[in-house]
Design a protein around this ligand. Structure first.
Ligand code: GLN
Length: 476
């Protein structure tokens, strides 16, 4: 029988004395083993998870346990955890063992959560299908030849297949929301700077945001209220006060919702996704909310802006992987220059190399102003316009993805067609506003559909409460 789908279920079992943390960890370990073919975990921390479970069990008896006692969490392979390997699913970090613990992970541990392992992802978070991992692809539990989404594909499937209670991923341009939509779970990307990035292997630092996968909204909110907040180790983290999100889920007001015209009428939007989105909009109207179709003519510019800026930032961030400081070093290195060249050529995969080259190009002296500076100016306009829309309206509603999960290999050698999969998720990333994807029915093939909600900067409380309410109107 399936158990421990949510933290509520775990807390009830613990309170009634029907279970303890050790047995709960063992339950998930068993599931991970049975479903090993999904390839969601690249490493399971059985020993440290069981040790932590024992400590938490003692604290529960003593009445000193933290807020997340009994919560079992998987972390994307870009988040450091002292004494455990971390590779960004790349050969270049082969053999690297973390010397510190990411702030977000540490805050979970401080509240007595249990970290059960690290999860597969696209190499350095670059991708939309989890096909670019050195550990191979992740399969969906629903047993099709469809991708789980990316880059946090392992984190999404771990929750979909009940291999942990919740998981952490990272969202630079959609990597939490898109795999959540493809796998039928909840995926939240908070406001940029809401969660410290310390201990997160950087892809594009002005976009990277740690996000949360869960099957219930209260669980998602519980995690964010623990990991959010200012961190002295990340000067970009925000000192805006963290609200008790999980205690503020009641929603009983009438709101104004904007439906993005350009998204709803995008030629690439799958008919069933459009239908399901409109059906929810209709129900919102019937319930007395104001729903209006609005124009956002900047939408076609969001994707190019995203890919220019993120590749530029990636080319700078990934310069540190040189075969000397971390992980992989080429054995064929007659001199220092060849050592750098060979280590990077052999250590990075195709997609990462493509982005480093593109990023180096847009930053090069003759093209800097035409591409990088221009994209930064466009980013500012997109951010201002998005925030303006979100002051006129409480929420913005649009599909999470143009299509449901596509087939492995479908985008083959055409990276641009893969990038177009991010069409609807990049806006929140470029603007830095919070966004969530919640399940909204399935298409005719039985593949999950995601509905995306955006709110203004630091409006996580409102976003969670509205999404909680919205999940009573979505299709199952
Ligand atoms: N698919 C997008 C990309 O490849 C988003 C990735 C992410 O959010 N990490 O850049």
């Amino acid at each position: 029988m399936e158990k421990y789908r949510s933290f509520d279920e775990i807390q009830i079992a613990l309170k009634k004395g029907e279970s303890d943390c050790r047995s709960i960890v063992n339950y998930y370990l068993q599931n991970i083993q049975t479903k090993a073919h999904l390839n969601a975990f690249v490493e399971v921390y059985a020993q440290s998870a069981l040790e932590q479970a024992e400590k938490v069990d003692q604290k529960l008896v003593a009445g000193t346990a933290g807020r997340l006692a009994g919560m079992v969490i998987g972390i994307k392979d870009v988040l450091t955890y002292e004494g455990h390997p971390c590779t960004a699913s790349s050969k270049i970090l082969n053999g690297y063992v973390s010397q510190h613990t990411a702030t977000a992970v540490q805050r979970l541990l401080d509240e007595d959560a249990i970290i059960i392992g690290r999860l597969n992802c696209d190499e350095f978070g670059m991708g939309s299908s989890n096909e670019s991992s050195v550990y191979g692809k992740v399969l969906q539990e629903i047993g099709t030849n469809r991708v789980p989404g990316g880059s946090s594909g392992g984190s999404a499937v771990a929750v979909q297949a009940n291999l942990c209670t919740v998981s952490l991923g990272t969202d630079t341009g959609g990597s939490v929301r898109q795999p959540a939509a493809f796998t039928g779970v909840i995926g939240m990307k908070p406001t940029y700077s809401r969660v410290s990035r310390w201990g997160l292997i950087a892809y594009a630092s002005s976009f990277d945001t740690i996000g949360i996968f869960s099957t219930t909204l209260p669980d998602n909110a519980r995690i964010l209220e623990v990991i959010a907040g200012y961190d002295t180790k990340d000067s970009t983290s925000s000192s805006v006060e963290v609200a008790p999100y999980s205690n503020s889920l009641q929603f009983n007001k009438k709101v104004k919702i904007a439906l993005l015209k350009e998204a709803l009428h995008a030629p690439s939007l799958q008919a069933e996704i459009k239908e399901n989105t409109l059906s929810v909009a209709e129900k919102l109207k019937l319930a007395g909310h104001e729903v209006e179709e609005v124009e956002f003519p900047l939408l076609p510019y969001v994707l190019p802006t995203y890919y220019i800026l993120t590749t530029a930032e990636a080319s700078a961030n990934l310069a540190r992987f040189d075969g000397v400081k971390y992980g992989y070093r080429s054995p064929k290195a007659p001199n220092l220059e060849q050592l750098y060249k060979n280590s990077r050529s052999e250590g990075f995969g195709e997609e990462v190399k493509r982005r480093i080259l593109l990023g180096t190009f847009v930053l090069s002296a003759s093209y800097h102003d035409a591409y990088f500076t221009k994209a930064q100016q466009v980013r500012r306009i997109i951010k201002d316009q998005t925030e303006k829309l979100l002051t006129e309206f409480d929420f913005l509603l649009l599909p999470t993805t143009p299509t449901t999960a596509f087939k492995f290999g479908e985008h083959g050698d055409d990276p641009v067609s893969m990038y177009l999969e991010d069409l609807f998720t990049v806006q929140a990333a470029v603007a830095g506003v919070p966004a969530i994807s919640i399940p909204n029915g399935k298409d005719k093939k039985g593949l999950p559909i995601g509905l995306q909600v955006l709110a203004n900067t630091f409006k996580e409380t409102e976003l969670y409460a509205f999404s909680h309410y919205l999940s009573t109107l979505t299709l199952n």
